[in-house]
Design a protein around this ligand. Structure first.
Ligand code: NAD
Length: 441
């Protein structure tokens, strides 16, 4: 049965969630205060890069299931559920999640609804936030119509967001309010009917599941990165090792991929926010604290590693970087390793040219001194080394012999272990440096 849903916030999560709910048969309005974003969407231009999203959005707009608006007041009237999918960035300094957008949106919604409604928090928010929202509704605000509160954290990965949403490992419904849970169950019925597991919890547990899941994944990646460093020292191969370790069903093979350090729109801010929550409640999450500091150090150390593989002196040298976003399949630059590594290389005197298949919109402000090329061959022209920072699958299909020919020094530093060393040398590279395994020279 169709549910009338409004999404407040039409970013990576709000837009994908809204389009997927529409595809599931619900009547969806996606609202954003960013007029330029809404205008693009009305013209069927996606403000973000996400595979399959443009097709999903245009099909559901054409079917009358999905609309876009900048008007919160009009868009929350007559709706069964209003989802909050606004940003929760880190507060500068404290690492705590900045909840201003969440509370502002919840306040605006509560003041404007014209019938009993559920506010569902999709944004990642620290423990206690939904309880505060529920208390706010019950006491201070007292909206004219009953507003219940539920937590429904999101686990999608950018780059695979639609399939993650439509075929989730689990869905979490957190609320103390039976009517709110009932609305969520109706919304997700098309997925649970197909076998998706829904876990019903209290508010605090739902909130903490999201942070614990992200922190665990961040710790797992940090762990394999440190093991990769040890592999280099002892002559072991981290790729083979990860297979050997990951085949243990208690461990699992996902997230055992060594790299230049994690970044992105979630892990850095969510690990910091979890540490802050633990401090607030007099608890300790030392594994997470160590992972954050080891990861920060790793990203900084990458620049030194690249410099030493290029002979120690980068002054005046041209370096080419393939992949600037935090991972393949997204144009998201938030806390990408490139934001640490590129400025450090530039500080060592390198002229850095880059190529990223998503041609990120925010590049000119994020990395103002980097010269971006849509054509990968222009990026490597005359370069002293090529560094792979992001695991875009496209890179595997590039003609590596053409790449090597255009370079001054055909050296490949692959921080994602994307290539086969022997094939790279056969294509004309002189040296290939992967992570956590022996170089091929
Ligand atoms: P985003 O920055 O891409 O989108 C947030 C949107 O909310 C922006 O377009 C902004 O203009 C809009 N907005 C802010 N305040 C508003 C208001 N009062 N009214 C209307 N619109 C408003 O952020 P995102 O990446 O989609 O993340 C949203 C939340 O989901 C965060 O809490 C994040 O931690 C969580 N999350 C993100 C991901 C991910 O992969 N990006 C995955 C899981 C969870």
């Amino acid at each position: 049965m169709s549910v009338a849903i409004t999404m407040i916030g039409t970013g990576y999560v709000g837009l994908v969630t809204g389009a997927c709910f529409a595809e599931m048969g619900h009547d969806v309005i996606c609202v954003d205060r960013d007029e330029a974003k809404v205008e693009l969407l009305r013209r069927n231009v996606m403000p973000i890069y996400e595979p399959g999203l443009a097709e999903l959005v245009s099909a559901n707009v054409a079917a009358g299931q999905l609309r876009f608006s900048t008007d919160v007041s009009a868009s929350v009237k007559g709706r069964d559920a209003v989802f909050l999918a606004v940003g929760t960035p880190s507060e500068t300094g404290s690492g705590r999640a900045d909840l201003r957008f969440v509370f502002k949106a919840a306040f605006d919604v509560a003041m404007e609804v014209d019938k009993p409604t559920v506010i569902v928090t999709k944004s990642t928010v620290p423990v206690g936030t939904n309880r505060k929202l529920a208390n706010l509704m019950a006491t201070d605000l007292q909206p004219r119509h009953r507003v219940s509160v539920a937590s429904n954290p999101e686990f999608m990965r950018e780059g695979a967001a639609i399939s993650d949403f439509m075929e989730p490992d689990r869905i979490v419904f957190g609320s103390d309010d039976a009517s709110a849970i009932e609305v969520l169950e109706r919304i997700y019925k098309p997925l649970t009917d197909k076998g998706a597991k829904a876990l019903v919890t209290g508010l605090e547990t739902a909130e903490l599941i999201k942070y614990a899941a992200n922190a665990f994944l961040a710790v797992k990646v940090t762990f394999i990165n440190e093991i990769a460093d040890l592999c280099e020292k002892v002559g072991a191969d981290v790729e083979v090792l990860a297979t050997g370790v990951g085949l243990d069903a208690r461990i699992g093979k996902a997230f055992l991929k060594a790299g230049p350090g994690w970044g992105g729109s979630c892990f850095p801010k969510d690990t910091k926010a979890l540490i802050a929550t633990a401090q607030d409640f007099g608890s300790q999450v030392r594994t997470v604290e160590s992972a954050v500091s080891a990861n920060d150090a790793r990203k900084r150390a990458m620049a030194g590693r690249i410099a030493s593989l290029c002979g120690g002196n980068l002054a005046g040298k041209k370096l080419a970087i393939f992949g600037l976003t935090f991972k393949g399949g997204t144009d998201d630059m938030r806390e990408s390793p490139s934001l640490d590594i590129v400025p450090l290389l530039q500080a060592l005197g390198a002229r850095v040219h880059g190529h990223d298949p998503s041609n990120p919109r925010s590049l000119s402000t994020d990395l103002p001194d980097l010269i971006h090329h849509v054509d990968p061959l222009e990026a490597v022209d005359g370069a002293e080394a090529l560094v792979i920072l992001t695991d875009w699958p496209e890179f595997r299909s590039y003609e590596m012999s053409a790449v090597a020919k255009r370079m001054a020094q055909p050296i490949l530093i692959d921080t994602r272990n994307m290539y086969d060393g022997a094939a790279v040398l056969a294509a004309g590279f002189k040296r290939y440096y992967p992570i956590g395994r022996a170089p091929v020279i």
